[in-house]
Structures are given as C-alpha cells and as structure tokens.
Design a protein around this ligand. Structure first.
Ligand SMILES: NC(=O)c1ccc[n+]([C@@H]2O[C@H](COP(=O)([O-])OP(=O)(O)OC[C@H]3O[C@@H](n4cnc5c(N)ncnc54)[C@H](OP(=O)(O)O)[C@@H]3O)[C@@H](O)[C@H]2O)c1
Length: 246
C-alpha cells in the first residue's frame, strides 16, 4: 500500500476535491471532518477511488476528539506521506471589540491550535526513513487585515508561520512543509461570507460582487493546481505560495 494522506476539512469544498485528487493519484486518504452526511458521502466516493481510504469524524475544536482521531490513524497506518491541513472556519465575523471571547478562541483552536495538536499527536508516523509533506491552506487574510475577520486573519497569519517553523524543524526529520493560499473559491465558506452582517463586515458588497461577477474559482480546478504541491512533487520546503501565481 502507498503511504496515506490525511486531509482535514474533507467533507466538502476545497478539502473534498483535494482528497479525491490525492486518492486518484493512488494514495489512501484519511478524510477528516466533523460527523455529517457530507463526510459519509466523501467517504463513499473515496472508497470507490481507493479502497484503503477511510473517514474520521473529529471536531478540531475538541482536544479529546483530536486525541482519539490521532490514535485511530496511528493504529491503522504506519506512515503518513502527507497531511493537508485544510479545515478552517471563517466564523466569527464580528467587530473585534464586540466579539465573544469563546467564539474568537474557537476559531484560533480550529484554524491553528488544532493543526499543531493533531500533527504532534501523529509524530511517530511522520518523516523518518520515508518523507512526509505537510501542506497548510492559507488565505490572503494571512497577509492583510479584513474588518470583521480578526480571528480568521490572526489564525491564518499564525498558520503561515506554523508552516515555516515546521519546515525549519522538520527538515532534519525528512518532513517538508509549505503553505498555499487557494484564491477565492466557490465553497460553503464564501456562502457564509456573503451571509455576514454588513455592520461587522463592511466589505460584504465586494464579496457579493465576486460571486455575481463569476470571479470565484471552482474547487475542482483549485485541487488540480494544489495536487503536485500536496504530493511533494513541487514546492520548496518553507515556501508560501498562492494558487493564482502557479
Ligand atoms: N473558499 C475560499 O474562497 C477560501 C479562500 C482562502 C482560503 N480558504 C481556505 O481553504 C480551506 C477550505 O475552505 P473551503 O472554502 O473549502 O470551506 P468550506 O467549504 O466551508 O469547508 C470547510 C471544511 O472545514 C471543515 N471544518 C470546519 N470546522 C471544523 C471543525 N471544527 N472540525 C473539523 N473540521 C472542520 C468542514 O467540515 P465540517 O463542517 O463538515 O466539519 C469542511 O470540510 C480553509 O482553510 C479556508 O480558510 C478558502
């Protein structure tokens, strides 16, 4: 069996299409998301492509869930060829002086701390004699502040630096890490953005315009561009890339 790839946020959107592309390249995929009908559908589609693929339900805001997921994965697979840390939430979309602490903290947990927690718990099946490629899915919001998105901007900026640190420390362990921003993609996250309240998100009309003007890209096309980078065939260790420049 070829080494497995863990893809988080694989129930829908970009993660689902990356998971299917990786499975189509001959690798078993571990598709992780919270328990849902969507995750079940992804699991069935992946099993049709590669019968060694599995799904894992895990809420990345829950430390116990992350611990259980890592145990299941480590017991089943002796090595991971890669991890795509794609799961993410745009919520809360709120003015930063008004936002509830718990909502802000949950975003940082899902988008950033969960990545560190899950990766370290899989430590024993990463790198070593066989290479592991770790890819984090970034955002333009890692580089520029967007009113109402403070938790998302901070978590994505932190995630870019997390990938750089992993690139630095992983090099001697046969682990490489990169981060890639996917552009503006037609997924549930963009729908959530269009449903935000303009009072806390003044750029709302721009995002409605992106959609109505047909500026959003298709997750299938994005996954196709991301694939060689997630497989470690392209992308220098420590690089921060943008799909729009690939
Ligand atoms: N779409 C864009 O324009 C865009 C632009 C820049 C960056 N990105 C980034 O691309 C990545 C994928 O986004 P997308 O657009 O495909 O979004 P999406 O359609 O909303 O999908 C998000 C994925 O993350 C998972 N997820 C969310 N919260 C989770 C949690 N607590 N535990 C486990 N999984 C969780 C979701 O699974 P469940 O809800 O089923 O658990 C889902 O599979 C994200 O990191 C996002 O920040 C997207």
């Amino acid at each position: 069996m070829k080494g497995a790839y863990l893809v988080t946020g694989a129930s829908r959107g970009i993660g689902k299409e990356i998971a299917k592309s990786i499975a189509s390249s001959g690798f078993p995929v571990i598709a992780l998301a919270r328990e849902s009908i969507d995750l079940g559908v992804t699991g069935a589609e992946l099993a049709d492509i590669n019968q060694d693929s599995i799904t894992i339900s895990c809420d990345l805001s829950d430390r116990a869930d992350i611990s259980s997921a890592a145990t299941v994965i480590s017991n089943r697979f002796s090595h991971l060829s890669g991890i795509v840390h794609n799961a993410g939430t745009i919520h809360p979309i709120e003015n930063m002086l008004d936002v509830e602490r718990a909502d802000w903290a949950k975003s940082i947990q899902v988008n950033l701390i969960g990545v560190q927690d899950l990766t370290t718990r899989l430590n024993k099946i990463l790198g070593g004699d066989l290479h592991t490629r770790i890819t984090t899915i970034s955002s333009g919001a890692a580089k520029r502040s967007i009113h109402g998105w403070s938790a998302y901007c901070v978590s994505k900026a932190g995630l870019d630096m997390w990938a750089l640190c992993m690139a630095e420390e992983g090099a001697s362990r046969n682990i490489s890490a990169i981060s890639i921003a996917p552009g503006i993609v037609d997924t549930g996250m963009q729908e959530d953005i269009r449903n935000a309240d303009e009072k806390s998100f003044p750029a709302l009309s721009n995002f409605i315009d992106y959609y109505t003007n047909g500026d959003l890209t298709n997750p299938v096309d994005v996954a196709e561009k991301l694939l060689p980078y997630c497989l470690g065939n392209l992308g220098e260790n420590g690089s921060r890339l943008d799909v729009r420049n690939l």
